[in-house]
Each structure stands twice: as C-alpha cells, then as structure tokens.
Design a protein around this ligand. Sequence first.
Ligand SMILES: Nc1ncnc2c1ncn2[C@@H]1O[C@H](COP(=O)(O)OP(=O)(O)O)[C@@H](O)[C@H]1O
Ligand SMILES: [Mg+2]
Length: 157
Amino acid sequence: MEKIFTFTAQNLDDTDFLALEFAKAFENKGAFVCLYGDIGAGKTAFTKLVAKHLDVKEKVTSPSFVIINEYLSGKLPVYHFDLYRLENEGVKTIVDELTEYSRPGVITFVEWAEFSDFELPFDRVEIRIEYIDENKRKFDFYAEGENYINNLEGMKH
Ligand SMILES: Nc1ncnc2c1ncn2[C@@H]1O[C@H](COP(=O)(O)OP(=O)(O)O)[C@@H](O)[C@H]1O
Ligand SMILES: [Mg+2]
C-alpha cells in the first residue's frame, strides 16, 4: 500500500467536499475501497456522502446486520459491505465474492475489512479515518495499483 495523501476535515462539510472529490475521481471506472477506523470514525458517513454525489437516490444505511447493501440508482452501482459481524473466519468464506465486487465500473465500500488475516488479492483504495474530536477527522488515503494511485494523485491539488 502506498500512502498518497492526508486530508483533515474540520467538520462534516469538509468531509462532504472530500466525498465529492472522491466521487468525481472514481465515477468513470469505479473502485474497491476498504475503510478503516474505530466505531464512530465516519466510515458510513463518508460512504453515504460519496453515494449522494454519485446521485444514489435511495437512503444509504449501515449494512451491519445485512453484511451488504446495494444501490443501483446512481451513476454507477454502489455496493456497501460491513464485515464486522463476520469476523475472521466469515471473511475468509466471502473473499471470492469480494473479488467479484472489485470489478471495473462499480464502486464498492468495505467497512471492517481488517476482519481478515490475509491480504486481499487485488488492487484497492484504503481509507484510514481517525477521530480527532466531535467534528474533526483525519483521512489518510492509500492505494495499491497504478490506476488507483493515479486517481488519488489527481485529488491532491
Ligand atoms: N468531519 C466528520 N466526518 C465524518 N463524520 C463526522 C464528522 N463530524 C461528525 N461526524 C459524525 O460522526 C458520526 C460517524 O458515524 P459513522 O459514519 O456511523 O461511523 P462508522 O461507520 O465509522 O462507525 C456520524 O454521526 C457523523 O455525522
Ligand atoms: Mg459504519
């Protein structure tokens, strides 16, 4: 994983701006995105905001209990996983399925991908979110794979 940039959001509006830039960077080709951070960091909040900027019409909710939600009303299909309830053994059983969701032309967000003690076998973006205070968050962006690295580089300016 190559670290590309850090963005500090002072508030949810800043996160909304970041989500807009992210949506613009990936709306053509899609992306496979793993989100890391403690409960309340903003993994679901960021996903919701990106979905909004991709014109997803449905209400985006946390997929904690259903493992995956899909939204097909936007500029490209948005898939949203939450692996928290699966933990390590369960994640191993769905890694093949995850691989399918890394295909071009769809955008897939995965919360709690750390519930896997293996490397995911494909290129991806990693976003590590740190809670600073009630409204402030630090976002660190990483990528594996030339296309993802280039797209994130394009967001830096
Ligand atoms: N700058 C910010 N960026 C993201 N979320 C923020 C920010 N400031 C406050 N929040 C709030 O923090 C909470 C994050 O919750 P959530 O996205 O469900 O966390 P997670 O999915 O990481 O457990 C939301 O209620 C969101 O409105
Ligand atoms: Mg969440």
